[in-house]
Write a protein that binds this ligand. Structure first.
Ligand code: PLP
Length: 388
């Protein structure tokens, strides 16, 4: 059986996805397909590196040394064709932590921060938590595909935007922004002098025929007015090890960001996160390409089955293991939709409304699980709709 087909029991592992089912969905028999981690084991090289490190048995304060930094520099060059330098890196336990730090370090209270909605819920939280103002540039639909409304984007920039938090690839709609789209955003951000904070945590998880481009690689000018957030956590299923990093060639921005981390008491990656990151980037490529094939085929499975047997519609995505489902044909509001999926279909998905009020008739499904589990989830939904 292939590594992506084996079913591992994740219950009683302190798993957010599997051990909070009853608390979140009010019933033990709901199949969890929500929070963004995977039901696959990390690459064997990562497991071996962690075992080897644990065998040493001493877990004192740990440095992020040049060999860890080189693994990142090489990864980004190989996978994303962006030449970065190791001193451009800052380290963080998570991308959400970095977003909090960047907003505090690089913007002021009451500054306007632009986001493209519907979008990953913490984007709203990081802006509000530090008393900045949310400005929305809602995505628009072209058929089943989400696009950027550039007229609105420019209109909002004209009104005075301090920073723009970009999500590329976009969670939850699954778009991987094209070079043309990125160039247009860059031109406008340069014109209106807007700092870009680019969350690229899903960048390794494009469908096999799609290419991720870091916005900072588009021009030197924008690289110098940006912070790019990346991590091996989504890519290799290492979220619990809390290791991520930010990239900026701009010394002033980097020093402000590092000072923010320092002021808030953060100093360095944990021992196991450090070890896993390096092993994943040095030895995980083959595993990752296998994973991307699986995710792509799972995406088509879900799209084909749901669209053939129900009136649900799946957004045209280019990557991520998060599938964005238009449930407007059910004519239910957010509460009714949640109730239907939890109580009738017994599948635990993320509610669209959590990503933006415009998405109350959407649900997000995590497809990074063995095919057998995916089939079970999809058939539960089809069956529940047929029984209505
Ligand atoms: C766009 C995006 N950013 C950040 C995160 C979380 O990152 P971290 O666990 O490193 O804080 C997620 C997780 O789902 C995400 O989808």
């Amino acid at each position: 059986m292939g590594i992506f087909e084996t079913i591992h029991n994740r219950k009683n592992t302190r798993s957010v996805k599997w051990d909070l089912v009853k608390d979140l969905f009010q019933s033990e028999d709901v199949l969890p397909m929500w929070v963004a981690d995977m039901d696959f084991q990390a690459p064997e090289a990562v497991n071996q590196a962690l075992i080897e490190r644990a065998t040493h048995g001493i877990y004192g304060y740990t440095i992020v040394d040049e060999s860890v930094k080189s693994s990142i520099v090489n990864w980004i060059s190989k996978r994303h064709h962006w030449k970065i330098e190791s001193h451009w890196l800052s380290f963080s336990p998570g991308v959400v932590t970095t977003l909090h730090m960047a907003i505090q370090a690089l913007t002021e209270p009451d500054d306007a921060i632009l986001i493209q909605t519907p979008v990953y819920t913490p984007f709203y939280n990081v802006i509000e938590a530090h008393n900045r103002k949310i400005v929305r540039n809602p995505l628009i639909l072209d058929g089943n595909k989400y696009m950027i409304d550039f007229l609105d984007f420019e209109e909002k920039l004209k009104q005075g935007i301090k920073a723009f938090i970009l999500c590329n690839p976009h969670n939850p709609v699954g778009r991987v922004w094209t070079k043309e789209e990125l160039e247009k955003m860059v031109t406008l951000c340069e014109e209106y002098n807007v700092l870009i904070i680019s969350d690229e945590i899903h960048s390794d998880l494009t469908f096999p025929n799609k290419k991720h481009i870091s916005i900072a690689s588009i021009s030197e000018e924008i690289a110098n007015n940006s912070v790019t957030c990346m991590a091996p956590s989504k890519t290799f299923n290492l979220a619990g090890l809390q290791a991520s990093y930010a990239i900026t060639p701009n010394k002033i921005i980097r020093e402000k960001l590092d000072q923010q981390f320092f002021t808030q008491g953060f100093h360095g990656l944990n021992t196991m996160g450090n070890t896993a990151l390096e092993a994943a980037y040095n030895y995980g490529e083959e595993w990752l390409d296998g994973l991307r094939e699986i995710i792509h085929s799972h995406y088509h499975f879900v799209k084909d089955k749901l669209e053939k047997h129900t009136k649900l519609r799946v957004s045209d995505g280019d990557g991520t293991y998060l599938v964005w489902i238009d449930c407007s044909s059910l004519n239910l509001d957010a509460k009714g939709l949640k109730k239907f999926f939890n109580e009738e279909a017994k599948v635990g998905l993320n509610a669209g409304v959590d990503y933006g009020k415009e998405a109350e008739q959407y649900m997000r499904m995590n497809i990074a699980c063995p095919k057998e589990i995916l089939e079970e989830g999809v058939y539960r939904i089809i069956q529940a709709l047929q029984n209505r």
